[in-house]
Design a binder for this molecule. Structure first.
Ligand SMILES: Cc1cc2nc3c(=O)[nH]c(=O)nc-3n(C[C@H](O)[C@H](O)[C@H](O)COP(=O)(O)OP(=O)(O)OC[C@H]3O[C@@H](n4cnc5c(N)ncnc54)[C@H](O)[C@@H]3O)c2cc1C
Length: 254
């Protein structure tokens, strides 16, 4: 099975407009060295208390964000948003993904507007090591895809309206398996991503979910490590990844 892929389409930025604001207020912000997403979160947090200038604590950016997380002041993390494309993922996976309502937006390949006759079928990783089960899987999924093509070719005539075509594909797609490959664009804020990683990142029996969790975690680790400082990626005994949450210690606040 090809592994899930992620394409980061948009990442947080932080303009210099805040400087004009601070100047107007007559205060300074000794900006820490950090990435745009981290800086924006810190700025938003500091606005809550106007803790600039003399009111600025000597915390690092990472320490500042750690404090927000430990205090549960996580709405501040909603200001930073990533947009990414996931491919080589199954419909079974995206069905679970789109259950996440808060802070997520989705745009997924349509099975009504897109012809799925050449769709890839993604065999769950590990199944290939059980030849009989893998054969059963191949037969079932190829039969389903064959039925899809047959339904399309039976119902499709040369002149067909857009809505008729939709109804034909609607009928045909009903036989497509959960293993059908799909593509989905996701926009999510850091708070929503953290919740996703927390509940989905280490489900032992769901390798596809764990692989995607690792991709999303790595995206945040690259762009804003402070926002996922209480997560880590580790490997199970079979070498597959999991993303786990670590408890931040209130005492260790910098
Ligand atoms: C191990 C596991 C097993 C699962 N098994 C099943 C299953 O068998 N069947 C099934 O249908 N689903 C199942 N799910 C899906 C699960 O019930 C959630 O729908 C999914 O994980 C999204 O989580 P969420 O609602 O916390 O996330 P989001 O929708 O992103 O919401 C984030 C948070 O916002 C708050 N929130 C969002 N909406 C509301 C609301 N309407 N009211 C109050 N608070 C809200 C909650 O605090 C929530 O945790 C499973 C999930 C996991 C992780």
């Amino acid at each position: 099975m090809p592994e899930p892929k992620i394409y980061v389409l948009a990442r947080p930025s932080f303009t210099n407009e805040f400087e004009a604001f601070l100047q107007g207020e007559g205060v300074e912000w000794k900006g820490p060295i950090s990435k745009p997403a981290e800086r924006l979160v810190e700025f938003a947090g500091r606005i809550c208390y106007m803790s600039f200038g003399a009111r600025q604590s000597p915390r690092t950016n990472s320490g500042y964000i750690q404090n927000l997380i430990v205090q549960g002041h996580e709405s501040v993390l909603e200001h930073v948003v990533w947009t990414f494309l996931l491919t080589n993922v199954s419909r079974a996976f995206t069905h679970q993904l789109v259950r996440h309502r808060a802070g997520f937006s989705f745009s997924q390949l349509s099975q009504q507007y897109h012809d799925e006759s050449e769709a890839s079928l993604l065999m769950p990783e590990g199944l290939e090591t059980f030849p009989d089960a893998a054969d059963a899987w191949r037969i079932a999924t190829e039969t389903a895809l064959g039925a899809y093509r047959k339904i399309i070719s039976n119902l499709l005539s040369s002149k067909v309206s857009k809505e008729k075509l939709r109804s034909i594909r609607t009928a045909a797609r009903s036989v497509l398996p959960n293993a059908t490959e799909t593509k989905i664009v996701v926009t999510a804020n850091a708070r929503a991503i953290r919740h996703f990683l927390n509940v989905r990142g280490s489900i032992e029996g769901d390798l596809e979910m764990r692989r995607v969790s690792k991709l999303i975690y790595s995206m945040l680790l690259t762009d804003a490590a402070a926002l996922v400082q209480d997560f880590k990626c580790q490997h199970l005994s079979d070498g597959t990844p999991e993303v786990v949450k670590i408890n931040l210690d209130r005492q260790s606040l910098m």
